[in-house]
Ligand binder design. Structure first.
Ligand SMILES: Nc1nc2c(ncn2[C@@H]2O[C@H](COP(=O)(O)OP(=O)(O)O)[C@@H](O)[C@H]2O)c(=O)[nH]1
Ligand SMILES: [Mg+2]
Ligand SMILES: [Zn+2]
Length: 329
């Protein structure tokens, strides 16, 4: 029998292997039970995840991502012909950005990349935003098999739960802040819907406390002054901006609880082991935005040209976009 939380086959033989259960009659394996009731991840380190990407021709795919991660999913999006896009966790930024801005940004990316998307759902499982329109679409297509796919931790299992709950269906799939909680595709027959383990894995270095990426609302932090400023974002991203004799600003849209410090750049470089970082250095004349996967947005503005250098932890991908991303045509 499969564990209802992760999808692994339950076994009583080996404590150090996935699926370990004290009793085969239990709904959850030992590891899912620990996550569910004690929020503890005791899973063995080296386990294999079964990625199922043999989607039937007739099935409907929903790619689940977030606004800060969309740019890094382009390859994945291009791989599948007819895709629906779910931008989840909108609760994180709806207080600082409106939906039109977000939709404009998404449409600009899709147009630039020549991608055709059937439907775009901007939703929040936490705040129930737009969940009903997603539910309508899922119920309307009840005969077809549907899959929630995408990166780990984007909220696929949370969406499966939300849709089930409002449709009065009880499911047991586990939602958690840990990566790779769903390990085998779990089927919800009433909805004809699969919750899948996701496609990209282990993006997080275990040293990085990934809870900072998930739950918290974002806030806008503004650093504005002349000359030089260096901001350290929790030792994940350290940016230095030099704009001689001009007022310039660094604006961060990021988890409101993240550790932020103004520091001395040279001292930081001397003290830290920069082999764990990628380095970027350039001069710009106009506004730029640095989008960091799983982290947020960094916006730089100045009236004259300015120089930036930043160090970013190797496990984070980033992209630089010139100009104001909300007003792209
Ligand atoms: N802020 C926020 N966090 C969410 C939302 N939906 C899911 N999460 C969190 O994202 C993390 C991963 O969720 P999960 O459903 O397990 O993602 P999966 O790996 O794609 O199945 C969990 O900590 C969830 O609580 C949402 O709408 N807003
Ligand atoms: Mg999951
Ligand atoms: Zn389990």
């Amino acid at each position: 029998m499969d564990c209802k939380g992760c999808g692994n086959i339950k076994q009583m033989k080996n404590k150090n292997k996935i699926g370990y259960s004290l009793n085969l009659e239990h709904e959850y394996c030992f590891f899912c039970f620990q996550i569910l009731h004690y929020n503890k991840d005791l899973r063995p380190q080296n386990y294999q995840i079964i990625i199922d990407n043999n989607f039937n021709q007739d099935s409907i795919l929903f790619l689940v991502t977030t606004i800060e991660n969309l740019l890094f999913d382009i390859k994945l999006i291009k791989k599948y012909k007819y895709l629906n896009l779910i931008i989840n966790k909108s609760d994180k930024y709806l207080r600082i950005w409106n939906k039109d801005k977000i939709l404009n940004f998404i449409n600009w990316i899709l147009k630039k990349e020549n991608i055709n998307i059937k439907n775009i759902f901007i939703i929040s499982c936490y705040k129930n935003n737009n969940i009903d329109s997603l539910q309508d679409y899922i119920l309307k297509n009840n005969q077809k098999i549907k899959y929630l796919i995408g990166n780990v931790n984007m909220g696929k299992s949370s969406i499966a739960h939300k849709i089930s709950k409002i449709s009065n269906i009880q499911i047991k799939n586990l939602i958690s802040k840990y990566s790779n909680t769903t390990q085998k595709s779990l089927f919800i027959p009433e909805l004809n819907l699969y919750d899948t383990p996701g496609i990209k894995h282990n993006i997080y270095n275990t040293n990085i406390n990934n809870t900072i990426f998930n739950h918290y609302e974002w806030k806008q932090f503004v650093y504005q002054n002349k000359d030089i400023k260096t901001i350290n974002i929790d030792n994940l991203f350290i940016i230095n901006m030099v704009s001689e004799n001009t007022i310039s600003s660094i604006i961060l849209y990021i988890n409101k609880n993240i550790k932020l410090n103004k520091i001395n750049f040279e001292k930081w470089k001397m003290k830290n082991d920069i082999k764990y970082y990628n380095n970027h250095k350039d001069v710009y004349n106009n506004e730029i935005w640095i989008i960091v996967e799983n982290l947020g947005f960094i916006r730089l503005k100045s009236l004259k040209s300015y120089e930036i250098s930043f160090f970013i932890k190797k496990e984070f991908n980033y992209k630089i976009i010139k100009g104001d991303i909300w007003n792209k045509k």
